[in-house]
Write a protein that binds this ligand. Structure first.
Ligand SMILES: Cc1cc2nc3c(=O)[nH]c(=O)nc-3n(C[C@H](O)[C@H](O)[C@H](O)COP(=O)(O)OP(=O)(O)OC[C@H]3O[C@@H](n4cnc5c(N)ncnc54)[C@H](O)[C@@H]3O)c2cc1C
Length: 439
């Protein structure tokens, strides 16, 4: 049995962790997302005991979540078990638990495992990589009617909502209700909103064609709203314009500069007008997980921990925050909350700790290397922005597909996704069109 499990079992009885008397230093990593896994990997040859804690047993490749929500892929194709790390990296112990408290003074965290209870675990180094969660900008009541897309449950909920709406539209005798069921409103025109709207547009035009005798799914109305002035605000204006034009060709109605005031079971009120809709999807803001706040140090407005140039938390020795949970500034600009930044930050901190464990000091602060930003807009069209290079169209889409397949965790996922994409590309069919039965 690994040392960590032996120790925590002892702790269950006493609920107190003994002062570290271990020969090896312990690094606790919270979060098995992009940043946490990169940190663990960078520490693979170090003489440290690693404990990687996540509240779910799988890592999710979030950039393809929208394809699960629109039935192109199934959940297991974009996820990988975090526990596999124990088989491949000898110095890691994986714990399925939710971290519920951090005590900087005593260097302990509190983690609650389903069916087991709360454990206290001591650490010498702590790496927080807990990512973001959806933000409804102070209107949490919208969440009930407008699911966000952050994990596999969300993706499956959205998929069921979309497919269910067509079934209800085909069943009802009420014209108004049919129109409401066939109206889809997406709130937030960032990459997730754009990718989801475009994929949905192709699903209604191609995949569902001929599937319903009583309704024509291609007549569905897909509306993409945003309070901002344009779609993809983090991309150059020229690319935004091209994407808006392409969405228009796909049949998506883009409404920039429109603020959502209310979301309820009938639809939304936006810009003073009611839009009846049975499917409202929230693709707008995000905020940090509550974990950085537990440190008691400074956070930004989105709840991300402010870290120094070495990604350390000021006044908390041995504590680092990486990935989406960290607010990192570079050349007076924030480092973006994207997978590449999370991977680079996790890897940097892993290497820094490995060096410190060898008694060496790291002098070079973290520096983000921007490999470029991409967004896909349905079949055959994507945009890429990398420094001065701005491209769009079919070749960019091929690059997007190649990069995403290669970045998926596990070889089996890469092979399965490739096969699904080829099938879907040539037939227009989507193999994951399931509405789960109610429990
Ligand atoms: C729908 C969607 C699409 C995206 N598309 C792109 C894209 O195309 N390109 C791109 O570069 N980026 C994209 N991103 C952003 C990218 O996914 C994030 O920047 C990246 O996942 C951040 O990595 P992370 O490790 O910081 O956090 P995450 O990957 O979110 O991982 C955080 C982990 O921490 C765990 N955790 C959280 N709280 C606790 C707790 N209390 N106890 C235990 N475990 C906890 C979670 O379960 C999770 O496994 C997208 C994000 C979303 C949601």
């Amino acid at each position: 049995m690994s040392a960590i499990l032996a120790e925590t079992r002892r702790d269950e009885a006493t609920a107190v962790v003994e002062a570290p008397r271990r020969e090896r230093k312990r690094v606790v990593i919270i979060g098995g997302g992009f940043a946490g896994l990169a940190a663990a990997h960078a520490l693979r040859y170090s003489d440290a005991e690693l404990v990687l804690i996540d509240r779910r047993n799988h890592h999710i490749f979030q950039p393809l979540l929208y394809q699960v929500a629109t039935a192109v892929l199934s959940p297991s194709e974009i996820a990988a078990p975090i526990r596999q790390l124990e088989a491949t990296q000898r110095n890691v112990t994986v714990l399925l638990a939710e971290v519920t408290g951090i005590d900087i003074a005593s260097h302990t965290i509190e983690a609650s495992s389903p069916g087991v209870g709360v454990r206290k675990i001591g650490f010498d180094y702590l790496v927080i990589a807990t990512g973001m969660r959806p933000s409804y900008f102070g209107h949490d009541e919208f969440a009930r009617y407008a699911p966000a897309l952050k994990n596999l449950n969300d993706a499956e909920t959205i998929r069921a909502k979309i497919l269910g709406a067509f079934e209800r539209a085909a069943t009802t005798e009420d014209e108004g209700e049919r129109a409401r069921q066939m109206t889809f409103v997406l709130v937030g025109a960032g990459p997730t909103g754009v990718e989801l709207a475009a994929s949905l547009a192709q699903m209604v035009k191609v995949t569902l064609r001929g599937n319903f005798r009583r309704i024509d799914p291609s007549k569905a109305s897909i509306i993409l709203l945003d309070a901002g002035k344009r779609v993809l605000p983090t991309f150059a204006e020229s690319l935004s314009r091209k994407v808006a034009g392409h969405l228009d060709k796909l049949g998506v109605t883009v409404l920039p500069g429109v603020k959502v005031e209310t979301v309820d079971e009938q639809g939304v009120i936006a810009g003073g007008n009611r839009i009846p809709s049975a499917t409202v999807l929230w693709t707008a803001g995000v905020m940090a997980s509550p974990i950085p706040k537990m440190l008691g140090s400074k956070t930004d407005r989105a709840g991300r921990a402010l870290v120094d140039p070495f990604l350390k938390v000021v006044d908390a020795p041995g504590v680092f925050v990486v990935g989406d949970a960290a607010s990192v500034m570079q050349d007076e600009h924030p480092v973006p909350g994207v997978a590449q930044a999370a991977i680079q930050e996790g890897r940097y901190v892993g290497r820094l700790i490995a060096k410190e464990l060898k008694g060496q000091k790291v002098k070079r602060p973290f520096r983000y290397f921007d490999k470029g930003n991409m967004a896909v807009v349905g079949k055959n069209y994507a945009v890429l922005q990398r420094g001065w290079l701005h491209t769009s169209g079919f070749l960019t889409w091929l690059v997007w597909a190649f990069v995403h397949v290669l970045s998926l965790p596990q070889l089996q996922n890469r092979l399965r996704v490739q096969r699904q994409w080829l099938w879907s590309y040539f037939t227009g069919q989507r193999s994951s069109r399931l509405i789960p039965e109610p429990p």
